[in-house]
Design a protein around this ligand. Structure first.
Ligand code: ADP
Ligand code: ZN
Length: 744
């Protein structure tokens, strides 16, 4: 028990001043571990510990952080209970956060402790805050005065707190002189917090003049924030229409009301750009919360959020579980983004949970997007959410013209042209001649998605996953995009040993770049994909270089598709508009539409008009047509009635169970047993088991079962009852995904 951690917990213990009471109190304490529920603990005599109280709870031969969750169950005898000791110096977790954790746990079928772990994810945030002792001028005038002493007191005149060495240095005296003044009472100690405080954003710092649509939307949102009550709003406006400016008005109102604000963004790369934009509007940056923070930054932010001092937090999905002292507004920007779905560990959709969090906090939630999820669109058009529309781009910018290039018809005279059609090359030429910029979009990393042997047909696949190995020519490697397995680019076929027979099939961004360089040797271009740009900082640097016009053409994947604003970008070429449309999954069309719409939205954001060229082999496809005619709502209506017909979400409910493990036979056996055990219930159908899309992933065999239920069915209750019927060995995992959004 002499470890550092135990020592800290010891110091943090609450020592009641009140006399010892005869009867020990008990409580149910939730630990941040995937256990079934809270455990009973004793509390120190006389301690009152309501729900949310942070405690140090003995667990085996160590101590764990825990949270008082409710009344004890009382089935364990008093003498066998251990004592949990409340931590001193920290607020409780807000009861609304505890309620939220319970809700998420019940909805996602994860143990509450697993969800609590996400809410306590800041190592060290609960240790006592270190104080720094510093000195300021005291009230006593020393009886003996020397030149050295005078200098020290002159330095201290400004009222700033300084350490002993700091004062000695500033006054150019020895530390003994300073200590003498302290002993004489001429300097007095004061303590400073360990961390510098967050600056307050100023609501009136740089408020813009809003246009008509914007002002109407902002009014509704300000009223909602001032109410204060739960309400949900879909801020639905084309790219560049000023959605951010509008929701900033709601943020300003929350600041005036002394409330905290949470802004969720789908990606860290977007967060960095967002901070500057926020500072331009509110005079200071917001607090950040995402995986790129250091331990120390996390600790500082977590505590400041808990004490209500961090007023606005911008973060990734994990920030949903922060212990806000008085949350008054939640915003989800780019709410349709798939990245909001957490796919590993506890599976949840941060957009949906953001709505729930707002409800438990009794405050409004704003979902913003130019291409809302169909769920939000249905909620807004059906009247459950207010539907705030911004119909046009702000200022002079017009929406770009979208043209379809039918690849079946474009005959190419040039043998070197594989991926850039004559029309696209012509448009690129014009753009470059006019000294404007272009973006070539292909949502596929690397050089080629498949390598095969011309002689024997051998395909290079991953030994651990049911996936092809993708060639990365820059790095001279073949890589699995699922598990990271890599080999050096081969020169002979491992199956038939032939030399020089391996051919690259299909394009990735590197291959498009190669072809571009062939046709436009003097143009400056850069590839933007996650394996070439390492981390948010490099991505940001590439985006800056493009914005500063150091690059003419950016060739990239979806990492550059969103949120960015390039005034000189007038041409967007979509290399393969059909990619992602044909995988048979329920949301494939919606997703393709959203992605292509977002990419298109990068063109012509300033005075110069934009042009978007979609290369496709399915020009008649509804997605292509809707994009070309810029008939977004028509597309959504079509998609809505299709889902309604087949009772798919949001008109019905889905849940998936993925059974996985290293022993293929065992996995299939458990999946079979689950399939057989599925209770027969009205309005519920169970499909499968069938091999998952990635039937092998990181060496694990995967089988899927899919539950389809009518809207009113309690799917969670069904799943809970069902999972109790099959004993699942520890070597097999059954992962539940309520409301799955992809089907791999
Ligand atoms: P969205 O979030 O809908 O894509 P933004 O809020 O980013 O749109 O606005 C696009 C651009 O137009 C930004 O540069 C923004 O500052 C500017 N803008 C939007 N509305 C106004 C306004 N009322 N006054 C001044 N600039 C505006
Ligand atoms: Zn793999």
């Amino acid at each position: 028990m002499l470890s550092h951690e135990a020592d800290l917990l010891n110091r943090a213990r609450f020592r009641p001043e009140t006399p010892v009471l005869p009867q020990a109190e008990r409580a149910g304490v939730l630990l941040p571990l995937p256990l079934a529920g809270p455990y009973d603990y004793k509390l120190p005599p006389g301690v009152n510990a309501p729900r949310g109280t942070l405690v140090a709870a003995p667990l085996g031969n160590r101590e764990s952080l825990g949270v008082v969750w409710g009344a004890a169950e009382g089935t364990v005898g008093d003498n066998r209970l251990k004592t949990a000791e409340p931590l001193e110096g920290l607020p409780r977790l807000p009861a609304s956060l505890c309620d939220f954790i319970d809700w998420v746990s019940a909805y996602t079928l994860n143990p509450p402790g697993a969800i609590l772990a996400m809410a306590l994810r800041s190592r060290g945030a609960f240790e006592p805050e270190a104080r720094r002792i510093a000195y300021i001028k005291g009230d006593t005038v020393p009886t003996r005065m020397s030149e050295a002493r005078k200098r020290v007191l002159a330095v201290a005149e400004d009222g700033l707190a300084r350490s002993v060495p700091g004062l000695a240095e500033d006054a150019n005296v020895s530390t003994a002189v300073v200590r003498g003044l302290i002993a004489a009472g001429a300097l007095k100690p004061t303590d400073l917090p360990e961390f510098a405080p967050f600056r307050e954003p100023e609501p009136e710092y740089a408020a813009p003049e809003l246009n008509g649509d914007q002002a109407r939307a902002a009014d509704t949102l300000r009223w909602a924030v001032a109410a204060p009550a739960f309400s949900a709003h879909l801020l639905d406006g084309v790219t560049g229409s000023g959605k951010t400016e509008v929701y900033f008005e709601a943020v300003a109102e929350a600041l005036r009301q002394n409330k905290q604000v949470l802004i969720l963004l789908p990606e860290i790369a977007l967060t960095i750009q967002f901070l500057e934009r926020f500072a331009a509007r509110f005079g200071t940056r917001p607090a950040e919360w995402h995986s790129d923070l250091t331990q120390k930054e996390r600790r500082r932010t977590y505590r400041a959020v808990m004490k209500g001092e961090a007023r606005v937090v911008v973060g990734a999905r994990s920030s949903l579980f922060l212990p806000f002292a008085s949350l008054g507004l939640v915003i989800v920007d780019e709410e349709h983004e798939q990245a909001f779905k957490q796919q590993d560990g506890a599976i949840y959709h941060a957009r949906d949970m953001a709505v729930v969090r707002a409800r438990t906090e009794n405050c409004p939630v704003i979902l913003a997007s130019a291409t809302p999820s169909l769920e939000s669109f249905v909620n807004a058009t059906g009247g459950r959410y207010s539907h705030l529309k911004l119909k046009s781009r702000h200022g002079v910018a017009a929406l770009p013209e979208v043209r379809i290039i039918d690849l079946r018809r474009e005959k190419d005279s040039d043998d070197n042209a594989k991926w850039l059609s004559p029309s696209l090359r012509g448009a690129l030429e014009q753009t470059l001649a006019a000294s404007e910029q272009a973006l070539l979009f292909l949502n596929r990393r690397g050089y080629a998605p498949l390598t095969l042997c011309e002689a024997c047909g051998h395909k290079f696949t991953c030994p651990h996953c049911s996936a092809w190995l993708v060639e990365h020519r820059y790095r001279k490697r073949l890589a699995c995009h699922q598990c990271g397995y890599e080999i050096a680019a081969p020169t002979e076929c491992p199956a038939c040993k032939a030399q020089g027979t391996l051919i690259a099939c299909g394009p990735g961004v590197e291959r498009v770049a190669e072809e571009f360089a062939h046709f436009f040797p003097s143009a400056r271009y850069a590839i933007a994909s996650s394996d070439i740009l390492h981390g948010p900082a490099e991505t940001q640097a590439a985006i800056r270089a493009f914005a500063r016009r150091e690059i003419d053409v950016l060739i990239g994947t979806q990492i550059i598709a969103k949120g960015h604003h390039f005034p000189q970008l007038t041409l967007v070429g979509v290399i393969d508009a059909d990619l992602g449309g044909a995988d048979g999954d329920l949301r494939a069309r919606e997703r393709t539409f959203q992605l292509l719409h977002q990419v298109s939205g990068r063109a012509g954001r300033a005075e110069k008009p934009g042009l978007v060229l979609l290369q496709t082999r399915n020009p008649a496809d509804a997605v292509m047509q809707a994009l070309a005619k810029s008939d977004r709502d028509g597309f959504y209506e079509q998609e809505r009635s299709h889902r309604e017909r087949v009772a798919a979400p949001p008109f019905g409910r889905l849940a998936a169970i993925v059974v996985s493990g290293y022993d293929a036979e065992q996995v299939r056996e458990i999946a079979r047993q689950l399939g057989k055990a599925a209770p027969a219930v009205k309005d519920v159908r169970v499909w499968g088991p069938t091999p998952a899309f990635y039937a092998l992933l990181r060496g694990q065999t995967r089988e899927r079962l899919l539950v389809q239920a009518a809207k009113g069915v309690d799917v969670q209750a069904y799943l809970r009852a069902w999972l109790k019927l099959v004993k699942i060995p520890t070597t097999v995992r059954a992962t539940v995904d309520v409301d799955p959004i992809s089907f791999f």
